[in-house]
Design a protein. Structure first.
Length: 284
């Protein structure tokens, strides 16, 4: 699979270079959810006297300008239309993209669907993982109802060539954070989602629907780790993510609760998330 690499901060991979950070974006948008947070991460590292480290943002297939994988790259298709091997194939491509920079390992940071990818990378290539930060995400696979809903959305996006089924991510919901209710956020996310290829949105939904349960990975994470959860996140609130932290028995993860933030903490409170990432990078 083709993976596009955004270089937020370039530090050559030579002997003694600090561990780089790889940022993996959420659904249904692209790497741009990390733009502000990545900038703050580099600035805060400088302000706090940390040695400069590389920061990369990797684009999922079918997101932004990243090509949609063909049938051969995607792999088998389940009877219901899910892609049972696509997550693993994407994870392999992400590790190859990291190695193409000259680095062998990184602190992997995933938000929402990016968290699924981060756990898949750890399962397949733990040697490439120097640290983990999981933001607004979960480890378990989809249940029957959630899986069916993903596939329904994928069908609608493909059939009608539209991203309207996922435009609700840009619309204020009851209990949303102050930022998510702002016109600035609505315009920003509406623009990002509107620029997505409907077929790319569908591909990522089918990929996520077919992904495995990564919960067993949590106990195997022995590297520095952090978890980030917005108090207003409807799907990954602190009470839902704390069991993940408790399952990480091989490490001592730092749990960061982000007040007045929902499912996109890196956009809603970029400084808080940047500090959580920096804390893990320093220990990696």
């Amino acid at each position: 699979m083709t993976i596009l690499n955004t270089v937020y901060r370039d530090v050559p991979a030579v002997e003694g270079s600090p561990t780089p950070v790889v940022l993996v974006h959420a659904f249904p948008v692209d790497h741009r959810v990390w733009d502000v947070c990545a900038g703050r991460l580099a600035a805060m590292a400088d302000e706090q006297g940390a040695a400069p480290f590389a920061v990369y943002g990797l684009e999922m297939p079918g997101a932004g300008k990243c090509p949609i994988p063909g049938a051969e790259q995607t792999g088998p298709v389940a009877a219901d239309g899910a892609y049972p091997e696509a997550m693993d194939r994407m994870a392999e491509s992400f590790v190859a993209a990291l190695k193409a920079t000259g680095y062998d390992k990184a602190v992997w940071v995933g938000i929402s669907m990016g968290g699924y990818l981060t756990l898949a990378v750890h399962r397949l290539h733990p040697e490439a993982v120097a640290g983990v930060v999981l933001c607004d995400t979960k480890s378990e696979g989809d249940g029957p109802e959630a899986r069916a809903n993903r596939l329904r959305i994928a069908d609608e996006c493909e059939t009608h060539d539209t991203v309207e089924p996922v435009m609700h991510f840009a619309k204020p919901q009851p209990g949303d954070s102050a930022l998510k209710r702002s016109q600035g956020f609505i315009d920003l996310f509406s623009g990002w989602i509107g620029e997505q290829d409907p077929k790319g949105v569908a591909w990522r939904q089918r990929m996520a629907a077919g992904r495995p349960d990564e919960t067993p990975q949590l106990a195997k994470i022995a590297v520095p780790a952090g978890l980030v959860s917005g108090t207003l996140d409807p799907s990954s609130a602190p009470d839902r993510m704390r069991p993940m932290a408790e399952a990480m028995t091989a490490t001592d993860p730092v749990f960061t609760v982000v007040d007045d933030a929902g499912h996109f903490t890196c956009v809603e409170k970029p400084d808080v998330v940047a500090q959580a990432i920096l804390d893990v990078q320093r220990r990696a």
